[in-house]
Design a protein around this ligand. Structure first.
Ligand SMILES: CC(C)(COP(=O)(O)OP(=O)(O)OC[C@H]1O[C@@H](n2cnc3c(N)ncnc32)[C@H](O)[C@@H]1OP(=O)(O)O)[C@@H](O)C(=O)NCCC(=O)NCCS
Length: 177
């Protein structure tokens, strides 16, 4: 079995939370969101985060889609403004698996945005792309990320992994959806 990559990256969901491909005009929103301390602490983004980092991240979206090595979605609100990011990465095609990572801009938190984004990607990943399993690696102390994952239907695998993040080895619990 292979994954079924559509020709173009889809738009998922709709009002009030949609997922779409990145646009060059999203750069300011990404730059601003990535200044947040919580995001800097838990998400895999460069520190300090520059405009060049935001431009690179946005440009990467088209590249990974073309190569079938990832799916980078902007999370947007009813006005099509960026309020977060959710990324499918580290695909293992033979196992039909990938990892999911996400962040929500500080001003948009607490409104079930991450929960909806995980639900939408999991549904599309299973039903359309043909994934068997989407993996979420969450640090024990990241209460918000864990709550969002569980609310979206993720289950603990019982496995953990140590990985270096910004110069510190951290322990991640592995969840699946
Ligand atoms: C983690 C993060 C994405 C959550 O985004 P969010 O949109 O605020 O989360 P949601 O509103 O979808 O929350 C989903 C559920 O988790 C709960 N929740 C959210 N934050 C919580 C917190 N700090 N403590 C306890 N529960 C929390 C919500 O109440 C909600 O539960 P419900 O649906 O039963 O009401 C956001 O805090 C963030 O971007 N953090 C920094 C980056 C990060 O940690 N990324 C994840 C790396 S694995």
């Amino acid at each position: 079995m292979n994954l079924r990559w559509p020709e173009s990256q889809p738009v998922l969901g709709g009002d009030p939370v949609a997922l779409r491909s990145w646009r060059a005009s999203d750069v300011e929103a990404v730059y601003a969101a990535c200044q947040d301390e919580t995001l800097q602490n838990f998400a895999s983004v460069p520190s300090p985060y520059t405009m060049a980092d935001a431009e690179e991240f946005i440009a990467l979206g088209a590249v990974v889609w073309r190569e079938h090595s990832g799916v980078n979605f902007a999370i947007t609100d009813a006005l099509d403004e960026v309020i977060g990011a959710i990324t499918l990465q580290n695909f293992v095609e033979v196992e039909l698996t990938c990892e999911v990572a996400y962040w929500v801009a500080d001003f948009a938190r607490g409104q079930r945005v991450a929960r909806r984004a995980v639900e939408l990607t999991a549904l599309w990943g299973h039903e359309e792309l043909g994934l068997e399993q989407l993996i979420l690696k969450i640090q024990r102390e990241n209460t918000a990320a864990l709550a969002a994952a569980l609310a979206a239907g993720a289950r603990p695998t019982g496995l953990t992994v140590d990985e270096e993040h910004k110069g510190i080895v951290r322990n991640y619990s592995i969840y699946e959806i």
